[in-house]
Design a protein around this ligand. Structure first.
Ligand SMILES: Nc1ncnc2c1ncn2[C@@H]1O[C@H](COP(=O)(O)OP(=O)(O)O)[C@@H](O)[C@H]1O
Ligand SMILES: [Mg+2]
Length: 357
């Protein structure tokens, strides 16, 4: 087991375009670390650099204190799981899982014991003699996990392992991966474009954008304290309201921003240099009140659309300056508002964030 550290790493596939662009990253030993981002942002490339399948054009990769940058893939001690399972179709489940141990010249008694142990860990004991084509997608991915883990690698790398599964199986295998990782305590790098998977599984998330890290943090930090409109927009639903900063010195981390002609208190991590800010507020963090409700930290608006969704009602509200936003109301006793009704929107200064536009 190993920590992973990446410093000043760049990759270009000969085209001159930096697919990974001077990237620095520290992944703690034993943690579940997720590379998250849209298609094409460089997640798979970064994972393949860690695995040793892609050579960086510059920079350094270490497992613990050991420099891995030039070490061939088979000497790195990695276990890898792919979206398409990549099992040998003409080998039995047993032989698929035993493959890495045989390549390492492990003795047959140990192979027997370890393959049994890891098939049991992934809930696939009894399937030793089956062939992959006779297994469901979820079963194949369990076998692929056992095959990756049986060699007791330093790090486990997974590239979109849930993407080929239907939604019910995806949830089952997700839970199995979380349990296994916790039991074994192996340093894990997980690649996904799915924000919910990332939030549910990770100790730390690196949200990537065009070969760089847009934000690094725990799921809570990334969701509750997005550092940019890109992050807020990618993770969860967010209202992005344009405003002008009035006072950046109210108190530690707080400021006043004018949105639709009204002053609102909010938090800020860094002051936008041009005085133009964007207020980020999650739909569930805005209180919807009647027009005669309290004025503190609020804006007037009008209900344009109401969608009753059972566990919540979503209102689309228009502000005085035509900016639109969504507000979610939860709970069995929630108050109902009508389309066309004038309302007040109250913003919580502790959950509203100002970032540069
Ligand atoms: N073997 C390759 N040769 C040239 N360009 C590549 C190669 N693999 C990936 N790319 C390019 O690198 C960028 C990042 O790709 P990738 O790492 O696969 O992103 P992701 O996994 O986030 O979807 C994309 O623009 C992709 O087209
Ligand atoms: Mg990919």
């Amino acid at each position: 087991m190993s920590s992973i550290s990446i410093s000043d790493l760049s990759v270009s596939y000969g085209s001159g375009i930096q697919v990974i662009d001077h990237l620095d990253l520290e992944i703690a030993e034993g943690s579940f670390f997720t590379l998250l981002g849209p298609s094409g942002c460089g997640k798979t490339t970064l994972l393949r650099v860690i695995a040793g399948f892609v050579q960086p054009s510059a920079g350094r990769l270490c497992f613990g204190a050991i420099d891995m940058t030039r070490l061939p893939a088979h000497q790195r001690g990695i276990g890898m799981v792919f979206q398409d399972y990549a099992l040998f179709p003409d080998k039995t489940v047993f032989d698929n899982v035993a493959y890495g141990l045989r390549a390492r010249k492990t003795d047959p008694t140990t192979i027997q014991r370890k393959v049994g142990e890891y098939l049991e860990r992934v809930g696939m004991q009894g399937f030793e003699d089956r062939y992959p084509p006779a297994l469901s997608g979820g079963q194949r991915q369990r076998v692929a996990l056992a095959r990756a883990l049986v060699i007791e690698p330093r790090v486990l790398l997974m590239d979109e392992p849930l993407s080929n599964l239907d939604s019910k199986l995806r949830l089952q295998i997700r839970t199995a991966i979380a349990d296994l990782q916790r039991d074994i305590g192996i340093t894990t790098v997980f690649v996904t474009h799915d924000q919910e998977e990332a939030l549910a599984l990770s100790d730390q998330i690196a949200l990537m954008r065009q070969g760089r890290i847009a934000q690094l943090g725990s799921p809570q930090e990334i969701y509750q304290r997005p550092a940019s409109t890109y992050v807020a927009d990618f993770i969860g639903a967010a209202n992005l309201l344009q405003g002008e900063i009035l006072d950046g010195s109210t108190e530690a981390g707080g400021l006043t921003i004018r949105v639709a002609g009204q002053a609102l208190q909010a938090l800020a991590q860094a002051l936008p240099p041009d005085g133009l800010g964007c207020l980020i507020a999650r739909p569930e963090n805005i209180q919807l009140l009647t027009a005669d409700g309290p004025l503190g930290n609020s804006l007037p608006g009008q209900v344009r659309r109401k969608q009753y969704l059972g566990h919540k009602t979503t209102y689309n509200i228009e502000l005085a300056d035509q900016q639109q936003l969504a507000v979610d109301c939860f709970g069995p006793a929630r108050r109902e508002f009508a389309e066309g009704q004038t309302v007040r929107l109250q913003f919580d200064p502790q959950t509203s964030q100002v970032v540069p536009r």
